[in-house]
Design a protein around this ligand. Structure first.
Ligand code: SAM
Length: 305
């Protein structure tokens, strides 16, 4: 039987292949508009889920990204998105309403995975500098019926976003070229350009409610750079490091591309002594038994903290 996810991919892909004069990703956006208008749509079962829709669109976007590489953009891989979604859901489980911010949301794949995982009580804000990705993400949000507000801008400029319960972000990595703007951040080093990923951490903390959480996908070498002193100093003063989870090397092309999941909490007035930091390695995700034991360990840690 053809799954809903496959039906969606086929619908989008056929439209893109039939409109070769358009860029593949533009054609996907066009096909999503046609689907939304009801003129033509994939054949789906009535029980189709938000996750099936997200995955179907994601497959087509992945194909489009191979043909038309977006500079500096890689969609957050599903295995990592699902893990972040799992942690986000667990950390937000006590809340009736959850506000989420992704300041570098790209296609929205990570953000939607997190929103689908949290459930109906979530609303989100997406910031992204690339206009094509924002259009792709916005039409996906409509099809998923997920309430997302969009800002097309440099996320390191002032953001008109009220403090949120949760930030999730697959951090853009590299140097931030706008030194004048970077001077507004505590983390700016005395010499040279600041790292974008450091500035994004500071900007995210600025937009978190007290007690709120930030879950970042960071380079595994986050604390080994020549600017790690500035990062340490900033975090000591403004954040509580809750967890550093090293992802399996097998998920990445090379050691230089390895990443970790980094969980921070914004301190709040009644916070007692800083809790212990969870430092652990995520096991091989294809081993279901080992993985379910690992998730249980994380859930217990969240319940106790
Ligand atoms: N989570 C995203 C997804 O699933 O598609 C992928 C995020 S990708 C690793 C990082 C994104 O940050 C890219 O889409 C890039 O265009 C965006 N970006 C980089 N610098 C930015 C800035 N200063 N302001 C806003 N967005 C930025």
């Amino acid at each position: 039987m053809v799954t809903n996810t496959e039906q969606i991919f086929t619908f989008l892909n056929e439209h893109a292949e039939a409109n070769k004069e358009d860029l593949y990703l533009e054609a996907i956006i066009d096909a999503c508009h046609i689907w939304l208008s009801g003129d033509k749509m994939p054949r789906l079962t009535p029980s189709v889920t938000k996750e099936e829709i997200r995955r179907g669109i994601q497959l087509a976007v992945l194909k489009g990204m191979k043909q038309q590489a977006q500079p500096n953009h890689q969609m957050t891989p599903d295995a990592i998105g699902m893990l972040i979604g799992h942690f986000a859901n667990k950390l937000m489980q006590q809340k009736d309403e959850v506000t989420v911010l992704d300041p570098a949301a790209g296609t929205g794949n990570l953000l939607f995975t997190v929103m689908n995982s949290i459930g109906d009580q979530v609303t989100a804000t997406s910031v992204e500098i690339d206009e094509l990705l924002v259009r792709l993400s916005a039409i996906t949000a409509e099809l998923l019926e997920q309430p997302v507000r969009y800002f097309i801008q440099d996320a390191l400029r002032p953001l008109l976003v009220d403090p949120v319960d949760l930030v999730v972000c697959d951090l853009p990595v590299g140097y931030y070229p706008d030194d004048d703007n970077a001077m507004n951040f505590e983390i700016m080093p005395a010499e040279g350009h600041a790292f974008s990923h450091h500035l994004f951490i500071e900007q995210s903390m600025n937009h978190l409610k007290e007690g709120g959480y930030a879950i970042f996908l960071t380079p595994a070498s986050l604390f080994e750079s020549d600017q790690s002193a500035e990062l340490h100093r900033y975090l000591k003063k403004n954040a509580v490091i809750r967890a550093v989870l090293q992802l399996p090397a097998s998920l990445f092309r090379s050691a230089a591309h390895e990443k970790s999941i980094f969980i921070l909490q914004k301190p709040y007035a009644e916070m007692k002594a800083a809790p212990d930091v969870l430092l652990t390695k995520v096991p091989d995700m294809s081993d279901k038994l080992v993985m379910s034991r690992f998730l249980e360990q994380i859930e217990n840690w969240i319940d106790e903290s």
